[in-house]
Write a protein that binds this ligand. Sequence first.
Ligand code: AMP
Length: 582
Amino acid sequence: MTAFSIESVIDEFETMTKNAGHHQRETLRQILEQNGKTEYLQNLGLGGRTDPESYKACVPLVTHSDLEPYIQRIADGDSSPILTGKPIPAISLSSGTTQGKRKYLPFTEELVQSTMQIYRTSFAFRNREYPIGDGKALQFIYGSKQFKTKGGITATTATTNVYMSEQFKCTMKDIQSQCASPDEVIFGSDYQQSLYCHLLCGLIYSDEVQFIFSTFAHSLVHSFRTFEKVWEEICTDIRVGVLSSRITIPSIREAVSKILVPNPSLADSIYNKCVRLSNWYGVIPALWPNAKYVYGIMTGSMEPYLKKLRHYAGNLPLISADYGSSEGWIGANVNPSLPPELATFVVLPNIGYFEFIPLEKPEMQELETSPTSIHYIEAEPLGLTDVEVGKEYEVVFSNFAGLYRYRLGDVVKVTGFHNCAPELRFICRRSLMLSINIDKNTEKDLQLSVEEAAKLLAEEKIEVVDFTSHVDTSTDPGHYVIFWELSSDSSDEILQSCCNCLDLSFVDAGYVSSRKVSAIGPLELRIVRKGTFNMILDHYVGLGGVLSQFKAPRCVSQSNNKVLQILCMNVTSCYFSTAYEK
Ligand code: AMP
């Protein structure tokens, strides 16, 4: 991409955000004109009107389960206009790691367009601040298995649908983000073999690599944890120019062997750099000296991996990637120099029609509760340009994929405006996680408690590799169970204090009062064997998910019995909180 076109992408974005209100009305009109004859909209009495007021008056707010019967019919091969005027070419599967169940979603050409628009926009802003040269990107990306639905429509993850599109490669070229690995690695059928080869290819082209990417931060951390185990084998492969026998998939072997030639000096240099590192601090800049940054979604449920990622990235900036979902895109990160904890996303006013449900906090609770564990009072949804800075909202959107007034279930905070388009900070998923009676704790509350308790391990240089939670109601009263996988063993004494600290760190008024009167039992900390979370990852991948989209489930319900079983079978010790003992 030339300097001129970067400026023109930015100019276009500036003009569009200045006219955000106009673009919203126009986008809604286009969505409704394109899809006005569909069964879903016809039944709602819009009668061809496309203005926001009529739209809001006629069309109800929905969640995925309201639309599921319609999407199921599309998947079953009914090609009549059900949700969209044009036929739906493919189905996307949400990662399903959040709710434990994979959702079917419509995928359309317009979603490819908006993905490319988001990629170009955030690239333009990123490149203005951190310019990259010509070269490659070490991208830990994976295509997932595809299957045909009953009606013969291809179903796969949204990212795979994007990677398979014609436009993807062109855009990657434009934004200087061509993957160091061949397609056979991206689309390989075994993610462990693909991961190994991504690392290997990234090292073969180490001087050319300009940045490191994966969709979510978890996958970046997972990749370098794997590197710690396989680096010597990779060095050997490069030294002798022969691919390790662990790579058994013929297409991957063939494609990688083409670029692997004996290179003893590169192998020596990698070897020497690795042995000189202290506990792998700064491995990324050491091995990829021309990398300018590490890029991927680092907000929301990815925040717990930031500490480890910073360790691997050393002095390189971490840049949080854009905000979207399998259902559609929402906003681009146009302030790339903000640290991931403060990242915001500017809503693109032409990729959908957006509404925001104000989530008011009841006043008396304001002082007592943490910012995320609140029983919200909902008000009427507001338009994109009517939201207020400092307030929290649930995101609702309507887009060209036939999702109308769709409640995404995410809570965001408006932190400011970029021209007339709001800047959003991701707060959490709205779905409650831990609740036994009047207590309510979200994934953010859990994360904060875990961070607090993990400080007690930091002195011993032990890390919480991953964590999740469960509500155990088989005891009377019920109690919270927190599962931890640790980087190495700790003493009973320290883990007992971690357990008490976890219990005390849930400051939700409902929880504290229930604990005080024993309406909720002592919190239980269960330590699981090393590698347990990789088994959970394998389980999700086995169901058709992809490594790069994996979000560890932060709360495992009783019905998610396979994951619960993996966790319970690997418990090595458990502790009950004594924090509220009188
Ligand atoms: P999926 O449906 O599997 O594509 O997951 C979409 C969900 O991932 C969103 O609804 C968010 O909860 C979360 N997500 C996506 N992008 C971000 C982001 N930049 N920051 C935080 N969470 C995100």
